[in-house]
Design a binder for this molecule. Structure first.
Ligand code: DGL
Length: 264
């Protein structure tokens, strides 16, 4: 890549990828960012494997071409755990994925690891292999929940999280683990609430900072340091509670959501 600023595409099914975008743009503010979320097919954690692969392949490859993207971040564990090989074969630019941080968690856990992710992510072969290869024989307890994903979407639009409901979902692993992996990019958006339910003794880990460093290592330093790059955000369907969402997006330095209709 030349000494010009890069144009990055950050992709997810909803607002979760914003947690990854935040970490990346904090250390690389001068690049241009386009955030694309496929809310027409949300939640990804409930989609059939082949539907998800075909959708992401077409949507992302077409978008990369239309917008002259230099690097893609699939800021979604549910997609990354199955689409990365196909996307890397189709695209000639770097494709960075986000997968559950089992490896760092295993170095920090003394008792057991809790993996909190979508229903799809906890059943993936990729996740099973991560656990087999890196959990160093520490027990891994898993909870797959779409309700938690919805809660993050609601919180970003200004709703309060029902801590009793959260406690009900996370209760089964609460006293058994000392490290919890936030294996869905939506969950850092409700990290404080998850922490308050699991207790301060449980360490929460996500992949955001590691992904930001990986992206940094793939780009050349920008010549135009000092100026913030452009920010655009697109959705594949009209977003739910669009007005409230647009208000929240200003704190992520985005203007209003633009529409990029996509149906397969
Ligand atoms: N943010 C997503 C992830 O990291 C997907 C959530 C969903 O659409 O189910 O898995």
């Amino acid at each position: 890549m030349s000494q010009q600023k890069a144009k990055l595409l950050i992709f997810d099914s909803g607002v979760g990828g914003l947690s990854v975008y935040q970490e990346i743009q904090e250390i690389l503010p001068h690049n241009d960012y386009i955030y694309l979320f496929d809310n027409a097919a949300y939640p990804y954690g409930e989609l059939k494997r082949t539907t998800l692969i075909n959708r992401v392949e077409r949507l992302v490859t077409e978008f990369v071409e239309q917008h002259n993207i230099d690097l893609v971040v699939i800021a979604c564990n549910t997609a990354s755990t199955i689409v990365l090989p196909m996307l890397r074969a189709r695209l000639s630019i770097p494709v960075v994925g986000v997968v559950p941080a089992i490896k760092p968690a295993s170095n920090l856990a003394n008792k057991a690891i809790g993996l909190i992710a979508t229903p799809a992510t906890i059943t993936r072969q990729y996740t099973r292999e991560l656990i087999n290869d890196f959990s160093q024989s520490k027990p891994v307890e898993m909870i797959g929940s779409t309700r938690l994903v919805d809660m993050a979407e609601e919180k970003l639009r200004g709703a309060d999280i029902d801590l009793k409901e959260l406690e009900h979902i996370l209760g089964p692993m609460k006293n058994n683990i000392d490290v919890a992996v936030l294996g869905c990019t939506h969950f850092p958006l409700i990290k404080n609430e998850i922490q308050s339910v699991l207790g301060s003794e449980v360490l929460l880990i996500d992949s955001g900072v590691a992904i930001a460093r990986r992206v940094e290592s793939l780009l050349t330093p920008t010549a135009g340091a000092g100026e913030q790059g452009q920010r655009e955000i697109y959705s594949t369907a009209p977003p739910w509670k669009e007005k409230a969402l647009n208000v929240a997006l200003t704190s992520f330095k985005f203007d209003k959501v633009r529409h990029h209709p996509f149906e397969i």
